[in-house]
Design a protein around this ligand. Structure first.
Ligand code: SAH
Ligand code: DHB
Ligand code: MG
Length: 218
């Protein structure tokens, strides 16, 4: 019997190819002591494809870590595109800056260091984003969602990572402190008049988890 992580390796070998900059980013993250909680390669490629399908010119990411998902997303942008990524930890941001520059997407990416709630509040509502990827502290996803919609236009794509949590999302006995925030996110989306959404469960290199995919309506 094969296992989900081995299937992720198969998917990567068939469809993703070797990529020096992405591999180097993961090595640099590990060397700098960052946790290995980046999206998987297959998930990164999915984010990249979603951004291309959406024709995204402006992308907002909440939760940079070492910029692995940022590289995937930035590579979907046109030459005059822009990606703004928000990170609390200055050490993570410094590692990400080096990784983004090494990958050749540094000029397209702005890393804003600080608590994302405050950074989001300071972003003007005029220059709207085409795609938002929410992947920071799970406790406050519902607040990030509210901010993301304020910075969206009809048609903006919103993706939220890590919303299944090995099934913890529906387990009333779960001791995962991130589960209440995840449930608050589902409630907020379900009640939101301007969001149409689904959630897809995933297995693979990153165990049993899932993401929400939403579109902002008029
Ligand atoms: N998107 C990355 C992984 C992000 S991990 C990837 O897939 O490659 C989550 C990140 O969110 C961590 O780097 C963490 O420091 C950051 N974070 C946690 N709380 C935050 C906050 N309040 N504001 C901004 N970033 C935060
Ligand atoms: C965690 C965060 C993530 O963004 C992720 O993809 C996996 C785990 C975490 O905080 O544990
Ligand atoms: Mg994540």
């Amino acid at each position: 019997m094969s296992d989900p992580a081995a299937v992720d390796d198969y998917i990567a070998s068939k469809l993703l190819g070797d990529d020096e900059a992405l591999s180097a980013a993961l090595r640099a993250n590990a060397a700098a002591g960052l946790p290995a909680i980046d999206v998987s390669a297959a998930q990164g490629k999915m984010l990249h494809l979603l951004a291309r399908i959406a024709g995204a010119r402006r992308i907002l990411e909440i939760g940079t870590l070492g910029g692995y998902s940022t590289i995937w997303l930035a590579r979907a942008l046109p030459a005059d595109g822009q990606l703004v990524t928000l990170e609390l930890d200055p050490h993570h941001a410094a590692v990400a800056r080096a990784n983004l520059d090494h990958a050749g997407v540094g000029a397209l990416c702005e890393i804003r260091v600080g608590d994302a709630i405050a950074t989001l509040a300071a972003l003007p509502g005029e220059a709207l984003f085409d795609l938002v990827f929410i992947d920071a502290d799970k406790e406050r996803y519902a607040d990030y969602l509210t901010a993301a919609v304020r910075l969206s236009r009809p048609g903006t794509v919103i993706v939220c990572d890590n919303v299944v949590r090995e099934g913890g999302v529906i387990d009333p006995a779960s001791s995962d402190p991130k589960v209440p925030g995840t449930r608050a996110l589902f409630d907020a989306i379900a009640a939101h008049p301007r969001l149409d959404a689904t959630a897809i469960q995933t297995v693979g290199a990153k165990k049993w988890d899932g993401f929400i995919l939403a579109v902002v309506t008029a």
